[in-house]
Design a protein around this ligand. Structure first.
Ligand code: FAD
Length: 394
């Protein structure tokens, strides 16, 4: 249980694990309710962009991988008819990504490659509550290849010059799993690695927390799965807390924008959303400092490093199109978009809240991504208590 109980200060952040656990308990009730509102439970994400990096036929045979789309009749009127995007699409460019097709693009400020509005008009909504992130059975070469490609994006030219494409996941991880000791690794690289490792940990936590016994068809909390994937790897749990902290900081920074946003939803939901968002914002801005983004991109390589950081994160958003299981692809894309949105809030608007412009998809992804990690942190506490119980008996 000790290895699942990180204590002291969170590295590269400016707060303690215990503080974050308490903040999470304070925010969670608002978050849990917020993601059930119509504004936040319906999302359009293009799941058919196709894999740009290798041949992936998306032929997943697992029953649990299918995504159930929402019927238009269940969508509130405002979401059906209004375009909620406030992004200036005239800034659209495709430099550096010659293979981008007409389904997606990115703007200078974006850390993710995002879906074209005309594509979103044509695809159905998905009700996230009806397609929960959990064990699907997706594994093997396809999943390993995606994770391998994601971690390879941690190789930057700028900085330490270790852009060795021939390295496999094993080699890379050997060097990076000890990111805590990697004093010689620049902070930007550590942050990049921790964010993706933290996201990976959160996905694994949900798989173990909602695991399917394929013989009985029963869902249960699989403690052995948790021990193997996370309990034995304290760094993975620590990275998950770190990812939470970065999202928390982005939400605190976004507070004025969140408070003044008019939520296009059913009128019943609108008032509720205002109240819940207010609860999250109040808790977030009143908690002690969490993450100081001003420590990043400060030296003479700042501009090129930031550009590379952005491009590598955009690549990760494209790699998500290579996930073979549709439901994993949905949640993978949503959570990467949520993280990319957080990075955009932290690094793209020159600390000027009046410049914030986010699409509805970005807002929904940010809040749902944050909610996923919030849920994972609580799951870690539950698993930890069960391990503690076992140790007490022994
Ligand atoms: P994997 O999780 O595939 O990990 C591969 C290797 O990465 C490990 O061997 C280890 O060396 C390293 N590693 C593992 N965790 C970390 C970490 N936190 N930090 C750093 N390194 C790490 N399956 C589902 O059942 N449901 C889902 O919703 C789901 N969503 C997915 C989303 C994406 C984007 C991807 C790529 C896969 C998803 N999968 C999902 C599959 C799942 O993540 C695993 O790949 C699968 O369960 C096989 O697990 P594994 O034990 O082989 O290790």
């Amino acid at each position: 249980s000790e290895s699942c109980s990180p204590s002291g200060a969170i590295q590269d952040a400016c707060c303690e694990y215990k503080t974050i656990e308490q903040v999470n308990w304070d925010i969670a009730p608002y978050l849990d309710e917020l993601i059930q509102t119509s504004f936040f439970r319906y999302v359009k994400i293009d799941l058919n962009r196709g894999c740009n990096f290798w041949k992936e036929d998306h032929f997943c045979l697992q029953e649990g991988c299918a995504v159930e789309t929402a019927d238009e009749s269940e969508i509130p009127e405002n979401l059906r008819t209004k375009s909620l995007s406030s992004v200036d699409y005239s800034l659209t460019q495709d430099a550096g990504f010659p293979f981008l097709n007409k389904r997606c693009h990115f703007n200078e400020n974006d850390f993710c490659v995002i879906d074209e509005p005309h594509v979103l008009n044509d695809i159905p909504y998905v009700n996230l509550l009806k397609n929960p992130e959990r064990f699907t059975g997706y594994a093997g070469d396809s999943a390993a290849r995606v994770w391998d490609a994601v971690y390879k994006e941690n190789c930057f030219d700028a900085g330490e010059g270790d852009n060795d494409d021939s390295m496999g996941l094993g080699d890379l991880l050997k060097g990076m799993q000890n990111a805590n000791d990697a004093g010689d690794m620049c902070v930007e690289k550590r942050v990049f690695y921790r964010l993706i490792s933290g996201l990976h940990s959160s996905i694994s936590t949900h798989i173990c927390d909602k695991y399917l016994d394929q013989k009985t068809g029963k869902w249960y909390r699989n403690l052995d799965c948790f021990k193997e994937r996370l309990g034995l790897h304290p760094d993975r749990i620590q990275n998950m807390y770190f990812t939470y902290v970065v999202l928390l900081r982005a939400i605190a920074k976004l507070a004025p924008y969140l408070e003044s946003t008019s939520w296009y939803s059913s009128s019943l939901d609108r008032e509720k959303i205002h109240k819940l968002v207010n609860g999250i914002v109040t808790t977030t801005v009143s908690c002690p400092p969490t993450f100081d983004e001003s420590i990043m991109f400060t030296d003479e390589t700042a501009a090129s490093l930031k550009k590379e950081f952005k491009n590598h994160f955009r690549n990760i958003s494209l790699i998500m199109d290579c996930v073979g299981c549709e439901k994993c692809r949905l949640w993978g894309k949503l959570q990467v978009t949520g993280l990319g949105t957080a990075l955009k809030i932290l690094f793209s608007f020159d600390n000027d809240a009046s410049k914030y412009r986010l699409t509805r998809t970005e807002l929904v992804s940010l809040i749902n991504g944050f909610s996923r990690i919030s849920d994972s942190l609580r799951a870690v506490e539950r698993f930890r208590a069960r391990i503690q119980d076992q140790e007490d008996i022994l």
